[in-house]
Design a protein around this ligand. Structure first.
Ligand code: ATP
Ligand code: AMO
Length: 430
């Protein structure tokens, strides 16, 4: 007799055996003298039948229990098995719950769910989001490593913002002032130059966004890719398309159960249409009578272009290319034919930006000139700029906001739903 814990997913292979199971009490109900306890562990649900002796103690739902008993065959449960309990131990008792977690459809506001995150994450539909996120990141990692990319880890305490703009968090670093990294941009380029050629990073980044929105967080996970020895920015877009194709298929093959729970259908990702920013703006003007801001698309413009490509090409995705220099960061490669433009792109998914990317300036002199043109002092970025003195090949890359893409992938209404513990302007706990 072993008291080793058995998982619920293993139970239908162990009919007739005495086993020990551990998990949470999803539900408990009395039917005359018999009690039915629905046990949940990370692998599924199991009905446990309590005869009279075990049926005396009152157990709150969501308590953690250990149950011992014999597994028997039944046609009354979905997995064809139930446990005849001989002993039940409460390992940790739950308090009275702040809301009912065991309804199929939760009718609870997002704030309340986030305030009680450990509890809300136990719900099947919420759990599914993070199970899928985990597999999504594994697919991303596997594909890139197959393609010769090295996974890197770079500092989040930095001396300069890499993306410009005002949205940096500043803090005291002993006797210096430091920033939380807005992106690993400089460091991923430096690692290409360090000889790795192809690198990726999956790590948190920080943006001091001043307003709450449904698609911005103050801390998010950035999926960053950078590749050397490219001929042009097209190769970078091709790599992003291929990694997304792979990841979508990877998740579809491994997470059908979770996708069903969320009622999400993942279509095959084919070609991704491309249009220049100028073309997109012309479409907005002609088809939607909308003016967009100089050199960018606003939220509404992204939505319209998303609808346009869905109607015209049946695609959820579209690459928008050739942003002007004025609206792209200082490291972006100018376009050869039209130096007012850049070899850069955004990727829109279901009408929302999920990626920025592009080719980078790889020669030191041009980089210094670009910093100056943006009104930035190259001396303040010396460590980054100096690394180009040792020769860095032509290169480019992209960054995907993980919560942003998961939100779109799973049709969630708010980016906070795609973060286990989101940080927004008001929220610092849990
Ligand atoms: P990034 O700024 O990193 O490129 P983004 O998705 O925020 O990512 P932007 O081009 O800055 O892209 O913004 C796109 C749209 O989102 C713009 O219309 C802008 O007004 C709006 N927006 C940007 N930042 C915020 C924010 N913090 N809160 C609300 N809306 C925002
Ligand atoms: P960018 O600043 O456009 O580019 O950011 C890349 C992607 O990150 C996501 N994102 C966010 N997600 C959640 N909350 C936020 N506040 C937020 N801000 C941005 C978006 C966006 O498309 N270094 C470049 C990338 C590159 O060129 O390699 C960069 O950081 O999905």
């Amino acid at each position: 007799e072993s008291s080793k814990r058995v998982l619920i997913s293993e139970c239908n292979m162990l009919i007739g055996k005495e086993v020990v199971l551990k998990g949470w009490v999803k539900k408990i109900r009395q039917l005359g003298k018999v009690g039915f306890l629905l046990l949940r562990d990370r692998t599924g649900l199991l009905q446990c039948v309590l005869e009279q002796e075990q049926n005396q103690v009152k157990i709150e739902t969501e308590s953690v229990v250990q149950v011992t008993g014999i597994l028997v065959k039944t046609d009354k449960t979905a997995n064809g098995v139930e446990l005849q309990v001989s002993e039940i131990l409460v390992l940790a008792e739950a308090d009275l719950l702040p809301f009912e977690i065991n309804k199929k459809k939760l009718n609870v506001g997002l704030d309340h769910l986030l305030n009680h995150r450990v509890l809300s994450l136990r719900h099947e539909q919420i759990n599914a989001i993070f199970t899928i996120q985990s597999v999504f990141v594994k697919g991303f990692t596997d594909f890139l490593m197959q393609e010769g990319f090295t996974r890197i880890f770079t500092p989040k305490i930095v001396s300069q913002g890499a993306e410009g703009g005002a949205n940096v968090f500043t803090f005291n670093y002993f006797d210096k002032s430091a920033y939380l990294a807005q992106s690993p941009q400089f460091y991923k380029q430096m690692m290409v130059g360090a000889g790795f050629e192809r690198v990726f990073e999956i790590a948190p980044v920080y943006r001091a966004e001043e307003h709450n929105s449904s698609r911005h967080l103050n801390e998010y996970i950035s999926l960053d890719v950078e590749m050397g020895f490219i001929e042009n920015v097209e190769e970078v877009m091709e790599m992003e398309k291929r990694v997304l194709q792979y990841v979508f298929q990877y998740v579809k093959e491994r997470c059908q159960k979770q996708l069903d729970v969320l009622q999400v259908d993942i279509p095959v990702l084919n070609e991704i249409p491309k249009m220049t920013l100028a073309e997109a703006q012309a479409i907005l003007k002609e088809t939607y009578q909308k003016d967009s801001p100089e050199g960018d698309l606003n939220t509404e413009g992204e939505k319209c272009i998303g609808n346009y490509v869905k109607d015209k090409y049946g695609s959820d995705f579209v690459f928008i290319t050739n942003y002007p220099r004025a609206t792209r960061p200082m490291y972006t490669m100018p376009n050869k034919e039209n130096p007012e433009l850049t070899d850069s792109f955004d990727l829109l998914y279901k009408g929302s930006e999920i990626t920025s990317g592009g080719q980078r300036i790889h020669r030191k002199g041009e980089l210094i000139a670009s910093f100056r043109e943006k009104g930035l002092n190259p001396n303040e970025f010396k460590a980054y700029i100096d690394s180009f003195a040792y020769a860095i090949p032509p290169h480019g890359g992209f960054g995907i906001g993980l919560e942003r893409i998961i939100m779109k992938f799973l049709n969630l209404g708010n980016i906070r739903e795609a973060s286990a513990f989101p940080r927004d302007c008001d929220r610092l706990i849990p």
